[in-house]
Design a protein around this ligand. Structure first.
Ligand code: ADP
Ligand code: AMP
Length: 218
């Protein structure tokens, strides 16, 4: 049976950072909806051009577009063993669609680690974030600086600041999260799947806590 893990948490909680660490440990591909939209935007596909309108404002891309994109991605061969989902689902409609999609693959959501971080920390994390052009490796100018400024430690590619990591857009993304994504916490808690982890700790400790909580529950 495939294993599906959904990483939950506000923008800036550390989902991408942790997914890069734990997908190797769990041997599951890291599927980030935001990364897929950014890749499409870079390649100027129709999907990327539509998504850009929403992303630059910090709004969510409409559910139908996002759901069908994730369905396509999860249907690919590398997701046969399951996947580690980061940034999807983000609305109750997406969560319901995910349940249906996974049933199609004879699977289900097995665990939902929730990286908990207080709101006041998020703006500083996101406005200081640096992302690598080649693979999306994540750094922070104070909390997780690269060895050489502006250069990715892992592949030597250039680091850039995302267009939606400006203070104004970040504030809207956090607002959108509270309005549209927070209900999922209760949805997965009631399903007995939620695993709360303290995301204020150092990156390595958050990773260790996540792996411990996930391994115990799957
Ligand atoms: P998300 O994917 O949830 O939006 P990221 O993983 O991109 O969040 O992390 C946001 C920023 O916070 C990045 O710059 C990252 O380096 C930094 N960061 C992630 N985890 C921690 C942590 N535990 N402590 C301090 N900074 C962190
Ligand atoms: P992220 O990389 O997760 O921070 O996402 C960046 C942006 O991509 C978001 O602000 C949204 O505009 C869009 N996005 C990513 N995932 C989703 C999703 N599940 N539903 C709708 N929009 C999304």
């Amino acid at each position: 049976m495939p294993i599906y893990i959904v990483l939950l948490g506000p923008p800036g909680a550390g989902k991408g950072t942790q997914a890069q660490i734990i997908s190797k440990e769990l041997n599951l591909p890291h599927i980030s909806s935001g990364d897929i939209f950014r890749e499409n935007l870079k390649n100027q596909t129709e999907l990327g051009i539509i998504a850009e309108r929403y992303m630059t404002r910090g709004e969510l891309v409409p559910d139908d577009i996002t759901i069908s994109m994730i369905h396509d991605r999860l249907s690919r061969e590398d997701c046969k063993p399951g996947s580690l989902l980061d940034g999807f689902p983000r609305t109750p409609a997406q969560a319901a669609a995910l349940d249906n999609t996974l049933a199609e693959f004879r699977g289900k959501v097995n665990a939902v680690p929730y990286i908990k971080v207080p709101q006041e920390v998020l703006i500083e994390r996101l406005t200081g974030r640096w992302t690598c052009r080649a693979e999306g490796h994540i750094f922070h100018d104070r909390f997780n600086p690269p060895r050489q400024k502006g250069v990715c430690d892992y592949d030597g590619s250039q680091l850039y600041q995302r267009d939606d990591d400006t203070e104004e857009t970040v504030k809207n993304r956090i607002h959108v999260y509270f309005k549209q994504t927070m209900p999922l916490i209760d949805y997965y808690r009631q399903a007995g799947l939620l695993l709360e982890v303290d995301g204020r700790q150092p990156i390595e400790k958050v990773g260790a806590d996540l792996i411990y909580a996930i391994s115990k529950s799957i």
